[in-house]
Design a protein around this ligand. Sequence first.
Ligand code: IVH
Length: 674
Amino acid sequence: MNTSEEYQKYQDLLKAMAYHNHRYHVLDAPVISDAEYDRLVATLREIELAHPDWVDATSPSRRVNGQVQEKFVKVKHPAAILSLANAFNPDDVKAWFERILKLDARVAHSAFVVEPKIDGLTVVLHYENGVFSHGATRGDGQVGEDVSANLRTIRSIPLRIPVDELAGPVPLELVVRGEAYIPVAAFDKLNQELQERGEKTYLNPRNTAAGSLRQLDASLTASRPLTILTYDIVSSSQETPATQWGLLEYLRSMGFPVTDLAKKFSILDAAIMYCQQIGAARDSIPFEIDGMVIKLDDLRLAKDLGISGKDPRGAIALKFPAREVSTKLLEIRVNVGRTGVLTPYAVLEAVEVGGVVVRQATLHNFGYIAEKDIRPGDRVMIKRAGDVIPYVIGPILDARTGVEIAYVPPRVCPSCGSKVENLPGEVAWFCLNPACPAQLVRNIEHFVSREAMDITGLGTRVVEQLVSAGLIHDSADLYELSNEQLMLLDGFAEKKVENLLAAIADSKERPLARLIIALGIHGVGEVAAADLARKFGSIHKLAAATPAELMTLEGIGPNIAASIQIWFQHEKNSSLIDRFIRLGIDPVESGHSANAYQPFQGKTFVVTGTLPTLGREEVKEYIQQRGGKVSDSVSAKTDYLVLGEAPGSKLEKARSLYIQVIDESSLRKMAGEE
Ligand code: IVH
């Protein structure tokens, strides 16, 4: 290929790449695949390597040039980079309108353009002959800093204005104003990546954008997801559109990114309504906005109205209530939830956010506090957006005085003083004390629920009554409630007490799986409980199981296995289990034997009459725990009839079948007890 042919190819390639760059980064509508674009990049690199003298400033290869600057050079803006007056409600906007209407009657007939007020930072972009020459920050409005190398890395900033597509000629000199920002989703992703790498996360998109643009090393800027939207022409060597609406269209035609949320209105009330509508949908906009800007569409009129201080009279910002404010973090307190999870929260110096006075905010969890290094006494940013509970975003490090000390989570439960546990795979810390007052009502409710021990007559209100009367301190206490105690409770009469006690006694018969559910071990639900019951057969065997044994079950991974082990190791829990067994709550899964010694193995018993010490249910358990079967009626298969006081017809039947009749004391002897 001869040189001029190849040079032409290079020029065409630059144009093609500028086109595809624009389609991708400005219009969000690429027409080639990433792979195809990569091939163009490779070809470009090849040519540029062979002809370094051809490389010009608009080449995509120049977006990041690897040079690190020592400081930023000052740039004088061609015209003052003005600010905006603020309105905080529709009345402020109407007052603005009345003011300028008095100054100039033409205001009555001007339309309005409403645009989102992007919460980023102003950038001033200079083009010479359609080619990006340099760009600056706002600075003091007169003089800014030259951040050209950083701006070049922003793909949505065109490096050249497409001559061919433009209706008129490209202006020799053009200075465009826009807002640089980081889209919310990109910001969240960035923070997530930082968090995964164990690095400090950023407070908010605006500060991050500002910090990124003021990097001396442009390769750092290149790694931040900055983008821009343009909305103004600061100066031009050519005549520019006479209306704001036309100006936005003009910018768009030159390849600049322009918001598609801009709208034109002829009536102020409609413009205000649009502002409110966008305000309500604020969270669904891909970038942060702190308000809407209402601009007179007639730019000549706007110019004639002049400026007041630093604010042009022809436009006004209708600000949304701030969602982020700073305040002092007075104290970190810890709440114990009904599931035993410890949750830290911030006690704040009262501050107004979005029209509400906030005194407390969530700190999510202890990991969050550590990650953000949030310390009591810090000045912190808090956010209250939409329906979200106010939360602490992070400390303002520059406001540290040096006396703030890093926060250490409590080692004991603030409610009951038990040692707290951090279950593997969970960020949260838990108080596993089943008798922890913060959790008691909820634990009992769970214990008696239908999936668990299924005790009817123990609704939340009754449980609360029992707890506050001091009658129960853990679930085992339920089984020691007496008639007299219950009779003293509000709303309890003979029948109700009787029913409740019967329901409680009845629940002693629940199968093992239900008892396991009732324990409320983190991560152990119905399915796991059934599997555990089947595999281990009794509560003490489960308590003694090693993680390796537990993990032989499908659905029980290392985290649940650890959770089970930690639960049973907790001193309060092991004594609870001991009490259950003493109280006769020791279900055995069929096919398993609870005791190694099974004296009644293979024998069937029938009980009749009242025994001296064992209740009806208790004797049943006594026999079952020792491997025997209990039947309700006497038949040829019955081995023993256990006889008590005032027997029924079963005795006669047993005698007629020559079945051996024994009393409680012989039963105990057979069990090897006496
Ligand atoms: S117009 C003469 N339009 O808000 C032009 N400003 O609080 C005056 N901003 O410094 C600015 N989005 O950085 C205008 N659509 C928008 C804007 C916008 C964001 C920023 C801009 C300005 C600040 C004023």
